[in-house]
Design a protein around this ligand. Structure first.
Ligand SMILES: NC(=O)c1ccc[n+]([C@@H]2O[C@H](COP(=O)([O-])OP(=O)(O)OC[C@H]3O[C@@H](n4cnc5c(N)ncnc54)[C@H](OP(=O)(O)O)[C@@H]3O)[C@@H](O)[C@H]2O)c1
Length: 316
């Protein structure tokens, strides 16, 4: 199958391109950088150098590639996610979702592609006391510290959905709401920024530690995405997370343990809020986990490894 991969150089784009090529697909992959394009070409990807905000360039590239499936894996996130660097990244990342996903959906439809698949995130639902949310839970757009990020997510998902219902040129549309990536090339790689903070005891348990994270090994995210090329998978939104949402009070000590580090410190929520901000306190104390039942039922053969096993493999 011919696949157009927007973002072939990112944390998921790299292993996804490799896996697609290994399965015999033809991959046209984008980057903004000539040197990275040369690396892609050496790996067997047909590289395209473009900035996704340049809509005419996107249209021309997709039309030239004539892909069956277009996959959008664009983000613009820091390698070192401090509260400051994340706050600085939010606006551009939201703009990337808001503006470039509609462009890619339009370009895919104009080029006669069958399906578009787009990267979203699962950890944006509104806390309501339930520990785990499925895809129907409302997103938390009415919380000021989350609004810009969540509005970007809402816009990207709406663009994919609207592509499926367009009366003239409908296209199949799949939104992959990935959980927190871990594994090679992510924040939770052994040399990744968050793993390093945990090792140095600079990633504390905040307050109650009741915030629940749903993790996904990057290879299991890739596996779900490759399986989503299958026309049998219905258009829709899928949580791509493991089976076991886990409390911060449980996963941070386990990550420290497998790395042979000292247990994490505890800090009260008021102090974390003052030092690191509302989002960090939310993740630590009130974040709902995510249920993956819809994806498990709809994607035959997809079996994400449990975070505890994956952490041991990656960080042990
Ligand atoms: N669900 C999650 O937990 C999640 C999701 C995403 C990212 N992250 C984390 O965020 C960190 C950084 O992510 P990353 O390594 O994937 O890097 P990134 O800087 O977010 O880039 C991702 C991809 O988007 C492309 N891109 C960004 N802006 C673009 C634009 N204006 N036009 C065209 N392409 C554009 C990049 O291409 P070029 O730079 O080559 O042009 C790259 O291929 C990683 O640690 C990752 O694990 C986590």
């Amino acid at each position: 199958m011919r696949v157009f991969l927007a973002g072939a150089t990112g944390a998921i784009g790299r292993p996804l391109a490799e896996r697609l090529l290994a399965e015999g697909h033809e991959v046209v992959g984008t980057t903004r950088d000539e040197a990275r394009a040369a690396v892609l070409a050496r790996r067997g990807v047909e590289p395209v150098v473009l900035d996704a905000f340049d809509a005419p360039a996107v249209h021309a590239a997709v039309a030239t590639a004539r892909p069956e499936v277009v996959i959008h894996q664009l983000t613009t996130l820091p390698q070192d996610p401090t509260p400051k660097s994340m706050a600085a990244a939010v606006s551009l990342n939201a703009r990337l979702r808001r503006e470039t996903v509609p462009t890619y959906v339009d370009a895919a439809r104009a080029a006669g592609a069958r399906r578009v698949i787009a990267q979203s995130i699962s950890f944006v639902t509104k806390p309501d006391g339930r520990p785990v949310h499925d895809e129907e839970a409302p997103l938390w757009a009415d919380e000021p510290s989350q609004a810009e990020n969540v509005e970007g997510v809402i816009a990207l998902e709406a663009a994919v959905r609207e592509g499926t219902t367009d009366p003239t040129h409908p296209i199949e549309g799949v939104v992959m709401r990935y959980g927190f990536f871990y594994g090679p090339g992510t924040w939770y790689a052994p040399d990744g920024a968050l793993a390093t903070m945990i090792r140095k005891r600079r990633y504390p348990i905040v307050g109650s530690g009741e915030g629940r994270s749903s993790f996904i090994h990057i290879d299991d995210a890739v596996d779900a995405t490759v399986r989503a090329l299958d026309p049998a998978l219905p258009s829709g939104t899928y949580n791509i997370t493991d089976d076991e949402p886990v409390r911060a009070a449980d996963w941070i000590p386990e990550a420290a343990r497998v790395m042979g580090a000292k247990p994490p410190r505890h800090v009260p929520a008021w102090l974390a809020r003052r030092v690191a901000g509302d989002v960090v306190v939310h993740y630590g104390t009130t974040l709902p986990g995510n249920a993956n039942g819809r994806a498990r039922a709809a994607i035959p053969g997809w079996a994400p490894r449990p975070w505890r096993q994956g952490f041991a493999e990656v960080l042990g």
